[in-house]
Design a protein around this ligand. Structure first.
Ligand code: XIL
Length: 379
């Protein structure tokens, strides 16, 4: 009797255990689950706005999707000077800490952004820089880089050390280092390359593990600006500067053509021994009066996103592909450009064809099909 009862009980136990498993839907494929192991797939997020009240047992829908789809995050604003260093000697790490904590809780990595830039500097920097000597500017920059980078040492896999340091073709003076707009480069205009090199050295001393990047827009293909970067990187490397990577932001617009030389551009930086990355991808477009894109625009957007990802997948030195916000409700584009529909999901988190194009290319790049990782290593 006892024996039979025991068998019956364990049979029931097996049933009870297996029934929910049999009914459970297979895990949903996400960008993150499909990405090759050696490529991080990221999104920008504004920690101050979206992550301060994060409760891992009760995430918002935005937070749930962010953690499900991505294994890398970039603080969209939280680590910029104006946010993190609002007054001399005063640091506010709240937003940046929230990003790093969210990443850790969800097994994601963090791209740091950014330490030397001409934009989003606090008023005190703008004011003080009017009279800075190069020595004074160097001291302020060194203190900032050392403080911020050492706070997150070991928690950041890539840092955009220098952002947008070259002007564009269409700026007065053409492509050259921003020794007017960037207050630090301006103070050290006699030898801006020395300051840039030291910015990398200070970051490296504070976190020797992080990969240290240059980063810029209009830097996808081979053009005057990326030629200037290519020359600068060689100069820095010859000087022994610890520079590890070149990031193309990837802010595209359907108003312009697409430069097909992105893979070739990545390959030439990789040949110098650098990592490369797409750091801020979005594809905006002018919208009709109804605020809606056309079917052609939607299809072309998917193509452009995918072309950036495929260039990255085809170059093993490409370490990360990051979108600058994943839904139109969190895109910087409206307000800045007379365009929209720039991200891979609508405001309601509905996935666009661009999302599915990325998912498909990531899936195709998994073991057996990908030159990036040896078969069998990926999962
Ligand atoms: C943008 C942010 O998305 C906005 O929220 C902010 O108001 C301005 O900056 N290149 C960069 C990013 O390197 O830091 C910029 O981010 C977009 C362009």
């Amino acid at each position: 009797m006892r024996r039979v009862a025991a068998v019956a009980t364990s049979a029931l136990a097996v049933l009870a255990l297996s029934a929910p498993l049999a009914q459970a839907a297979p895990p949903e494929e996400t960008l993150r689950s499909e990405a090759p192991r050696d490529l991080k797939i990221g999104s920008a997020v504004w920690g101050q706005n979206e992550l301060l009240d994060y409760d891992r047992k009760n995430p918002t829908e935005f937070q749930r999707i962010l953690a499900a789809e991505f294994n890398s995050v970039t603080p969209e604003n939280d680590m910029k000077w104006a946010e993190i260093h609002p007054e001399p000697g005063v640091y506010d790490f709240s937003g940046a800490d929230a990003v790093v904590a969210f990443a850790e809780a969800n097994n994601m990595e963090v791209r740091g952004h950014t330490l030397l830039w001409h934009s989003q500097n606090p008023q005190w920097v703008v004011d003080a820089s009017a009279t800075w000597t190069c020595e004074e500017a160097r001291a302020v920059l060194e203190e900032h880089i050392t403080t911020v980078v050492s706070r997150y040492a070991g928690q950041i896999y890539e840092w955009d050390v220098a952002n947008e340091i070259f002007q564009d073709d269409w700026d007065t003076g053409g492509v050259r280092l921003r020794t007017e707009a960037n207050p630090f480069l301006k103070a050290c205009a006699e030898d801006p390359v020395a300051l840039i090199g030291d910015a990398f050295r200070w970051a490296d001393a504070a976190d020797p593990e992080a990969l240290l990047f240059l980063n810029d827009y209009n830097a996808e293909g081979i053009n005057n600006k990326t030629d200037a970067y290519y020359a600068l990187v060689q100069e820095l490397l010859a000087d022994g500067v610890p520079i590890d990577g070149f990031g193309a932001q990837g802010h595209l617009s359907l108003m312009y053509g697409f430069d097909e030389s992105i893979q070739e551009n990545f390959e030439r930086f990789a040949a110098l021994g650098l990592k490369v990355a797409i750091t801020e991808a979005d594809v905006r477009m002018p919208l009709g009066e109804d605020g809606e894109p056309t079917a052609e625009q939607i299809a072309l957007q998917a193509e452009r996103y995918d072309a950036m990802l495929v260039a990255c997948l085809n170059v093993p030195a490409c370490t990360s592909f990051t979108v600058w916000g994943f839904d139109d409700g969190h895109s910087w584009v409206p307000g800045v450009f007379p365009e929209g529909y720039a991200t891979i999901m609508t405001e309601e988190f509905e996935k666009k064809p661009a999302y599915y194009a990325l998912l498909e290319s990531l899936t195709d790049a998994t073991p057996g099909k990908s030159p990036r990782t040896a078969p069998g290593l990926n999962r």
